[in-house]
Design a protein around this ligand. Structure first.
Ligand code: NAD
Length: 429
């Protein structure tokens, strides 16, 4: 019998994965030279700790039985229980869930939350199913992954096509199976069920804090700064409103209905009213409409992509003239576009720190659930701002020390923290 090769990969890991997992592996390789003696442990980051693939059989409203494929991946739990959302989407794949779980490890460590990274998903187009069917699917999925989740093990949260109601069903199912109320098993719950105040606005507020920190470093006054935002939903809408209230001139907003512009600054509160009545920003009073090319070409101090991934590519990166780009969305800038924009001197605040406000308040929710003692919204916002500033500061110091981008610096900070924990814990047995 031959000895196993020490670094041979498990059969389910393709070292040349062209998908999201491959992108993540490239990012890890890029930080390896900065990890010093901790690089010895780097393989830890390249293999998820635990992967669970489950079959979800469910009776549909018409009496038929359908089967769905579900996943829960715990990438790393060296620093604490796994943490990460659950996505319902027809394109969910194991490679995607693995990469998203790894990015959660990086995000939690970059913000210094006592969590590891995890992610879950079901391969399903939820638009094709009734609420009652979605509830049954959610409950069966929760029962199936119940063997590895728990308040001290792995704590799911909402992601694409899941919400506070989904979390309430997950919490109830887990609690019924355990025989006791376990509010801390998921975050992003309704406030009536141990959810946290401030959670809805948390990501946008974190983006706002990251933008303010970057502006301070670049010696740009927020008051009067020209801002353009793609996305006017939970993240983009909140960030735009907070910047507007701080005196910034939000000159353009881009959503799925169109792009509105006013060189003197948009009235963001009036724009919210317009969106509430019409469903989108297009046609708002006192605005002119722009093409996407005109939007990306705007000269601004702060640009915030907060809609979808992959919006800034080699096709439009050259157009961009902004001093600071704050990534509200996950992965809005392709690596090629990142190089083009950075070479022009634009500071890019990476998603793993810029949009970490949501997971930070999820951490607060988990802490509150453990103590069954709930904080005021003011306390939450105050603590969120302090944690975001500390995360930004740690990233910025490493960027200066190694003369690297903020993105590489965030990965260095995060991977160092994860591997330090790995090293001091040691291997068991
Ligand atoms: P949302 O659904 O509340 O808002 C999305 C916004 O994007 C809407 O204004 C929509 O009109 C706009 N949009 C959609 N398609 C568009 C298109 N083709 N062109 C231009 N605009 C378009 O979503 P959200 O919660 O604000 O999330 C936005 C991004 O932030 C996503 O990438 C999400 O993964 C990321 N994110 C969200 C959170 C959170 O807590 N909500 C946390 C971390 C990251």
């Amino acid at each position: 019998m031959t000895e196993p090769v020490p670094h041979s990969l498990p059969s389910y890991l393709n070292p040349n994965d062209p998908g999201p997992w491959g992108i993540y592996l490239e990012q890890v390789d890029r930080v390896a030279p900065y990890l010093g003696s901790l690089a010895r442990w780097i393989e830890t980051l390249k293999r998820p700790k635990r992967i669970l693939i489950v079959d979800i059989p469910v009776e549909l409203d018409n009496g038929e039985v359908a089967h769905f494929e579900g996943y829960r991946v715990q990438h790393n739990t060296s620093r604490g229980p796994g943490k990460g959302g659950v996505r319902y989407h027809q394109d969910v794949t194991l490679s995607e869930v693995m990469a998203l779980s790894a990015w959660m490890s990086v995000k939690a460590a970059a913000v210094n939350l006592p969590f590891g990274g995890a992610k879950g998903g079901i391969r399903i187009d939820p638009r094709n199913y009734s609420q009652a069917e979605i509830e049954r699917i959610t409950r069966r999925y929760t029962s199936e992954i119940g063997v590895i989740i728990g308040p001290n093990k792995d704590i799911p949260a909402p992601d694409v096509n899941t919400n506070a109601q989904t979390m309430a069903w997950m919490m109830d199912t887990y609690s019924m199976n355990e025989g006791g109320t376990a509010t801390g098993v998921v975050t992003g719950k309704p406030v009536a069920l141990g959810g946290s105040l401030g959670r809805v606005e948390a990501t946008g507020r974190g983006v706002y804090v990251a933008a303010c920190e970057a502006a301070r470093e670049c010696q740009i006054e927020i008051k009067g700064a020209r801002v353009a935002v793609q996305g006017f939903g939970n993240v983009g809408g909140t960030a735009a409103r907070l910047l507007y209230e701080a005196g910034a001139k939000v000159v353009a907003i881009y959503d799925h209905t169109g792009i509105v512009h006013n060189a003197h600054g948009l009235n963001i509160l009036a724009l919210f009213d317009h969106v509430r009545t019409t469903g989108g920003v297009a046609g708002a009073p006192d605005t002119e409409s722009l093409t996407p090319t005109e939007f990306w070409s705007l000269e601004t101090e702060i640009l915030i992509p907060a809609a979808l991934e992959g919006q800034i590519t080699h096709d439009n990166a050259d157009l961009i003239h902004t001093k600071i780009l704050v990534e509200g969305a996950n992965g809005p800038t392709t690596p090629e576009a990142d190089d083009i924009i950075s070479s022009k001197g634009t500071m890019i605040v990476p998603d793993v720190v810029a949009n970490a406000g949501g997971v930070t308040v999820s951490y607060f929710e988990w802490v509150q659930d453990f103590s069954s003692f709930f904080w005021t919204e003011q306390e939450i916002n105050h603590r969120l701002e302090a944690m975001m500033r500390a995360a930004y500061g740690a990233m910025s110091r490493v960027a200066r020390e190694h003369q690297v981008s903020l993105r590489t610096a965030a990965f260095i900070v995060a991977c160092t923290r994860i591997l330090e924990a790995r090293q001091v814990r040691g291997l068991y047995p």
